[in-house]
Write a protein that binds this ligand. Sequence first.
Ligand code: BJ8
Length: 427
Amino acid sequence: MSTDYRPMWEELGIDLEAHDTLMQVLGQGYKDVYHSQENRPEGMKYLDFVITEVHGLRIKELVDARAEGRKVVGTFCVFVPEELVLAVHGICVGLCAGAPWGLEEAERYLPRNTCSLIKGFFGFQLGKVCPYMLASDLIVGENTCDGKKKAYEIFAEHVSDLFVMDMPQMKSEEGRAILRSEYVKFLKKLEDVSGRTITVDSLREGIRTVNGKRGALHRLSRLRAADPAPISGLDALLANQISFYDDPPRFTDSINKICDELEKRIEAGQGVRPKGAPRILMSGCPMAIPNWKVPHIVESSTKAVIVGEESCVGERGTRNLVDDSGGSVEALVENIVDRYFEIDCAVFTPNPGRLEHVREMAKDLKADGVIHYGLQFCHPYQIEAGPVERALEKDGIPVLRIDTDYSQEDVEQIRTRVEAFVERIEG
Ligand code: BJ8
């Protein structure tokens, strides 16, 4: 018999009726998108299980941890260092929503022309359907794009404790100093909230845990360079999405097991598509769970396979490790700043590093084409799509730009464009 989580949800303040509807829609969506795939690695069963229990067992773990005095910290951006949260024995969870929920409610506070990701997290909180949000002791915002920056001012009225970090806009010495001082403020905030002091040992352990998780995801990324591709883009995206929720050591272990299996597949020349299938790299805005719209269209309507994500739910978010050497908390914080300051989010100006990274990924993963994914009203990524396209086309790599939102209204239109694009790269 499955566990009844309703009393737990009720205690968290979930709107049970709305939540039932949401879970039904998500459950069906997951079946349609994920269970219809063939030849999935056995190890994906663990991630299927995580999804089944995403609002159940994992939330129970958070509730139990809170009862033992641990703090849950919810975040919206890969600039928030999980290492610091772990160093106060906290638990870090991603709060970005990848589904259109509570849009009408959200639009009471935000203009219609706000990106889906922002409207999504507003809608989930206003509609009281996200147990991660409701189980968070502290929520961290960051002054990245204008949409998020201004939205957090209003969001603060709807959550119990919102801490907003300022963010640099330029990759200069001054920019690095801003990031460093914001991380120091965040560290102090975490110490206040948790009642713990960060030590060299606790911070080093946090760094090693997160490095382990990123290392496993790097391994997964590298294996996708094989032809035939050993895993679908949808499954790899799911792994990246779940990395924001699951217990880090358990997640790392499960990804390494999937990688062991993929290595065997590669050795045996097996893949999810035949050798020589068109290879697509996705680039652009993050796809928070359960945003599978475009990858599902690509992999269900064409012969192509997605081999990488230049995205914060992907390689932009996981790239580079933090150096764990250093004899003081200050030295380790410097190492953290070094790693995070390399993230080439489109909110930075100028941002040549991102163009180089997309080109490098396309080359390493042997992509035949790149799909640039922009959320409507996301100026940083929509504007940067042009330079990305020009840089790649100079390398002879065709680019398809898709600007969309979380609705299903444009699915057929996108399908037609994706099919035509894949035909073009098939030559
Ligand atoms: S580091 S990409 S996670 S800010 S899609 S809300 S940018 S209007 S999410 Fe991001 Fe951090 Fe950058 Fe990554 Fe604004 Fe664009 Fe919406 Fe976005």
